[in-house]
Design a protein around this ligand. Sequence first.
Ligand SMILES: Nc1ncnc2[nH]cnc12
Ligand SMILES: [Zn+2]
Length: 343
Amino acid sequence: MKTFIKAIPKAELHLHIEGTLEPEMMMAMGKRNSVPLPYPDAASVRKAYAFDDLQSFLDIYYNATSVLLHEQDFYDLTTAYLKKAAAQNVRHAEIFFDPQTHTSREGIAFSTVTKGIHRALQDGEKQFGITTKLFLCILRHLSEKEGLETLEQALDYKNIIAGIGLDSSELGNPPNKFKELYKRANKEGFLTVAHAGEEGHADYIWQALNTLHVARIDHGVRCMEDEKLVEKLVASKVPLTVCPLSNVKLHIFPSMKKHNLKKMLDRGLLVTVNSDDPAYFGGYINENYMAVQQALNLDRQDIIQFAVNSFNASFLPQETRQRYLDEIKTFVQHAHEKTDRDN
Ligand SMILES: Nc1ncnc2[nH]cnc12
Ligand SMILES: [Zn+2]
């Protein structure tokens, strides 16, 4: 099963590029940019990664971004992720970045961040064969006005930024707070998604759908508390980008065995498996697939369904999506033939 999970072609749809900053890279960048860090080495950084909830994670995560200063830093960070993702047979990645985290620091321009990431995505497609889409996430703990100023900056980068998302501290910052921002984003032709129903209750998901009119929900695991909402999500095929290791690390579920992913899948929801912030939560996409496979006793068919869902839930054009789905079909056929031969 491990080999099968590793090799099956898949898409990653919920990945914060800042969340791929591995402790070793953090230490190296801190050194090269003369940014002091509160840790003596990478091992001490890892030791600090015991979180009580989303906020306790975000505090550490935002602090760590202080080492990212120059366009080259954003380029290197993104390239390291793409290399890792390609090795895990990720064929397509829809990637979040949080520009406000960087532009709030002295002397870091929106263009520095955006260009560094974009250049890496372009080179990565050539080097690793991964297609990508870039999503700008608005920080929901900041005001809608500040978010609108950031959205304004994104208008000049429509050829680079495919969509707008909403992340950071969920409780107390409901989707309705960003009604005008999403109205503008949708009108400007951006794809729109939002984190909802991670720590926030099911009503946050209703708001994301009915007020923000998003095409996809990030996390969304708390939808299962509201049967009417589940019915709507199933009927409208709105995808949910679930991040199992993240959910356990942030105590959304007490253990992986208690995760509701399999229940969501069996209920007919368009659920996908993703890594969120892999450098902080103990694994990239394949480690997420493996963790749920083991804890929830998933079979090959479930794994295939997650891989198929990942492309169906993506914003890829139909033709490209079909090419990837055909790749899965061929892969599965070969895998089954090999199993038959071995038996
Ligand atoms: N899991 C998460 N929830 C909200 N905001 C985030 N930013 C990075 N990871 C996040
Ligand atoms: Zn996230």
